[in-house]
Design a binder for this molecule. Structure first.
Ligand SMILES: CC(C)(COP(=O)(O)OP(=O)(O)OC[C@H]1O[C@@H](n2cnc3c(N)ncnc32)[C@H](O)[C@@H]1OP(=O)(O)O)[C@@H](O)C(=O)NCCC(=O)NCCS
Length: 135
């Protein structure tokens, strides 16, 4: 069952993100998590197996688009439909916020996950993403 995570889950979520190779040195994953769970228009959804956090997805609505980040399923729990459940949960959460669209970025080096998203019905959005650090 999908639940909305709280700050108590920060360590477990970051551990899962490390295990699934989603963390990068230039992002403070713990701060990312805490900003999302305490922000009014963001959340981190999770699935547990017993007491163990085995899946997450971060969602946020910027007023125009709904975004998903940090989709992760523990390697030992893959292939059981948890990734699909998390993306459905992300869509429901964003729809309830009034977001008309969900989208997300996939790192170039993680291209193989695109097949998973395609299988779920997502299609490429041909845009370039430009950015700059604010801190
Ligand atoms: C991507 C990820 C979340 C998938 O999780 P999962 O729980 O194994 O996925 P599911 O079992 O829910 O799979 C859902 C469907 O996608 C299919 N699928 C899963 N991985 C796939 C892949 N790599 N390519 C194509 N199809 C795939 C499954 O066969 C399943 O099909 P079905 O529902 O028709 O039977 C997981 O592999 C993961 O955590 N990867 C590392 C982190 C990552 O890269 N996250 C994305 C960052 S952008």
């Amino acid at each position: 069952m999908i639940e909305t995570l709280t700050s108590d889950d920060a360590r477990a979520a970051v551990r899962l993100w490390e295990e699934t190779d989603l963390t990068r040195p230039w992002n403070d994953a713990s701060s990312d998590f805490l900003r999302a769970v305490t922000g009014a228009s963001a959340a981190v959804l999770g699935i547990r197996d017993g007491n163990t956090l085995v899946g997450t997805v971060m969602v946020g609505f910027d007023g125009h688009r709904g975004w998903a980040y940090y989709l992760a399923v523990k390697p030992s729990h893959r292939g059981r439909g948890l990734g699909r459940q998390l993306m459905t949960g992300a869509e429901t959460w964003l729809r309830n916020q009034g977001a008309p669209k969900i989208q997300f970025m996939v790192r170039a080096e993680n291209n193989e996950v695109v097949d998973f998203y395609t299988h779920l019905g997502y299609v490429p959005q041909y845009v370039q993403v430009l950015g700059r650090r604010l801190s």
